[in-house]
Ligand binder design. Sequence first.
Ligand code: PEP
Ligand code: MG
Length: 845
Amino acid sequence: MENNPDTTLVTQTAPIANETHGGRAKCLQRLVRLDLPVPRTVALSFKAVHKIGAGHLPDVQAVVAQFPKGALMCVRPSSEDPDWGGPGAVLNIGINDARFAELCETMGEGPAASLYTRFVQSYAVNVARLDPDMFDEIEGEGREALAESLRAYEAETEEAFPQDTATQLTAVLRSMARAWEGTSARLLRQAKGAPADAGLGLVVQEMVFGIGSGQCGSGVLQLVDSDTGLPQITGRYMCQSQGRDALHGDAGAMYLTRDPRGASLEEAVPEAFETLKTHAALMRARLRAEMQVEFVIDEGKVHILDGMRVPRSSRAAVRIAVALADEGIISREEALMRVQPRTLTELLHRQVDPSAKRDVIGHGIAASPGAATGKIVFSATEAQAAASRSEPCILVRRETSPEDIRGMHAAHAVLTERGGITSHAAVIGRGIGLPCVVGASNMTFNLVKKTITAPDGRVFAAGDEITVDGSAGEILAGAAKMQEAALDETFQRLMDWAEEAADIGIRANADTPADAQTARNFDAHGIGLCRTEHMFFEPGRLTVMREMIFAESGEDRRAVLERLLPMQRDDFTQLFRIMQGQPVCIRLFDPPLHEFLPADKAGQRELAEALDLPLSDVTRRIDALTEYNPMLGLRGVRLGVTVPEIYEMQARAIFEATIDASRDGDPVVPEIMIPLVSARREVELVKTAVDAIAAAVRNEGEADFTYRLGVMVETPRAALRAGEIAPHCSFLSFGTNDLTQMTYGLSRDDAGRFMSDYVQQGVFPEDPFHVLDVDGVGELLQLGAERGRAAQPGITLSICGEHGGNPESIAFCRAAGFDYVSCSPFRVPVARLAAAQLAILHKIG
Ligand code: PEP
Ligand code: MG
């Protein structure tokens, strides 16, 4: 038995591994090695459990034979990662009428009946799949409750309650194996990162009752607080109880340490409390993790049934990892490996400013922390469409299902009418760090009319702006004032260690001074992409911009651009000052001009008024600018070549800001990036123009500066021709949003309409706008990088599309030898930790 790889007695030397038997089995073996008082246990491997699910049983008699005659057993799940869950434990297997009679003699009728009743009810619900409500009517305790439970079982199943231990155990094992294979269990664990074929192990353990004469009971203990991660003995104990009864909030549960609110284990059984503390500290030091100890006290003696990683909030995860490293229990590198990059997202989320006025329009369950403002959308498809327009949205659903996952990724927050803290929206929301309020049942959701109505009668329709506060469980009208995430000292230390370990740079995509400040707060290594066009949408600038578009000649256009110049210069000076000492990569104007023109008649009339032109002139010009396919039309460098005055103004603004910002600090070395390049000549033309402006500004300002010119590789041709483009520039930055769009011939703005179908039918493994397509787009990245580097060794290579913050894409870029990735400011810590983990994994091979 000890060396049977499928059903293995847990001893110090038995062949048990996390990957074959699951975390619980492995942990129990470690506890055995520490000589802790662990009841006898047999571990069933993933393979054995999988076979049980398919109807092939192991030698169950041999398993039973491992335990003393007459012992009762429990079965608990043991998955590879405890977070993936598993079926609930079943206790007291092996009890039957005869054993009950014996136990009545040794422990008394009441406790014996309680053990048997518990098993009957749990068997009925978990194995025979009967409705748990059927036992609700049973009142009282002892022999009567037992008899009634047996009667109810037998009436419902039309069978006698099984008396044979092996039969009972077989049925429990089979039902647990099958529960793991069920669709909802699989979806739930996949949402927590489990692979599709994740296995389940089971442990069969001898029961220590926790019920009987003398000091008996059960409980859990841990040495830290799960929310804060700070040292604090936490848990509960309950006399005459089993399993996790003490945690269910029942009357009679005791505190562990002395507490003014009630009785404590420390006072009731001081020796056992001391023993437990010692065991817990030993487990922490030797298992090198904060553990939650599940224990039983039986006639005053402590038994350790299990040790689990302490459940923890994201904040606690960071604190625990840093504290263990500080105490030398684990290395700094291990601490870095222990924090999931994605969990940082939760820690980093923005919150509604506590001092802000809150116009509350609804309440629900605070299911996933952080807050976000956006326009209401009522379907996942609309959410994806909004995301492709870079429009923040709030996904409102009655409840969510796996089909909504892509929409949830696209949304800034989720609000559901139904659901609880473990419902789909809540689990997924927490998993991906998306603010989420579920069960907002005091609001009326009308999904046909696409409205939600507040209790006070106010109606909010699709497109209206609301704020979801996932930390408070509130929905607010409009855009609430936000507060950026708080960075505590332990988080900062972890980030510092990550900075030391990582070997790829992390920059931020930042368009505004606020974004840049966030990037700076997160110690980004500079700005990798500043999309300058966003600056022109600001009030006061849009009209000037439109005037520029309507200018009849280059000269007129230059005159209008003169008015935009100081505004751009100020924008850049601010960015340079905030990022002082760090590179700032400014992308020249990219979108088609028509994006700046009003689409409706009212807007066009206003424009005609502002420009003092007849309406017909305005509509004619707008018609003339209309393109069949603007994303593939006159935009990016094509505008730079055909309407050169815009780039000239921007280059001048950048250089004048460079001089300004360098006056009172480190010299600024701006980076200027040309978008949508597909031909070498485009780069030559823009470079000549920009060089000329640089020379002019140097002359006028009597100041010197340097700058770097680079190309944004976002057309397949630019990637393929990187060899001839690279000699004309200092860096190539891959814009994987457009590159994905053009590689697939798939519109970024329309893909949302059918992406779910495509992914569901397995056409694409993932939405390629979300997770980098390493096969196709990746091949272009690889080719572009190789050809660019061959033509100009030492050229800087980077990625600045949305994929830049995604851990899998970072792995790709790192392997391809890129210098940095650039991502949205809030993803910088996530990216940095992912980069550190990759470097550590690489180091340890
Ligand atoms: C890109 O295309 O990848 C990119 C970063 O630019 P934008 O999203 O502004 O088109
Ligand atoms: Mg682009």
